[in-house]
Design a protein. Sequence first.
Length: 271
Amino acid sequence: DLGVMGPLARSAEDLALALNITAGPMEDKAVAWKLTLPPPRQKDIKKFKVAAWLHDDNFPLDAPVQAQLEKTVAALRSAGVKVDDAKPDFALDKAFNDYLRMLWPVSLAGIPPAEFQKLIDQANSLKADDQSLPARMARCATLRHRDWLRANEARQHNRAAWDLFFREYDVLLCPVNPVCAFPHDHSDDMIRRTITINGKQHSYWDQMAWISLATLAHLPATVAPTGLATKGLPVGIQIIGPYLEDHTTIEFARLMEDVTGGFQVPPGFDS
């Protein structure tokens, strides 16, 4: 659950090719069913019903990223695409919390029994009002199944909100990461790592907030390049689409290339 991956490519056409080659049932399931993904909802970028969600008070974007994404939406509008400032009917912090409740039991399921027992002991010793990240991780990683079922029910409500949203819109544009690429932090305590957003320290895990949206709800998401921000670092935009409509997000990314210029090699990385 939540364990997803996708190909990296220099064009949307290559993404579509990779999807068509790799998507489908495992051999034991192919006896009974086949995967037939629907075609893109639109083939003309001006006909797409587009929403953009580029700001959230709880998960701000670094100024260069914010500026580049706003520039991209402005370019789409100039190209004749109608883009509404709209979002599904839920809060990002609530969705992100539900995501972590589902993620940590999966991520830490394989740790040695002795280490898992330490998490259990930590969770049992926590004060009820302790909402720190280490406390939340310990609680979530050691959820009882009944609590996981409640978390999964919250996810189903989230998916229902998305379903209603995609009856009105074809795709949602939103950030991928709040910052551009930065030197990797190798410190041992990953929970206490930080990133710098607009000169202030934020949790390292805030990088997962915007990408949690699609993953939690089992939705397709295609990340398309928007160009280079300050210091020549690339900024991508996340294109989220309806359940199983991967070809819609990839097609929008393909059509966007004519607006944003497609993939650009950052300075110093020429091959």
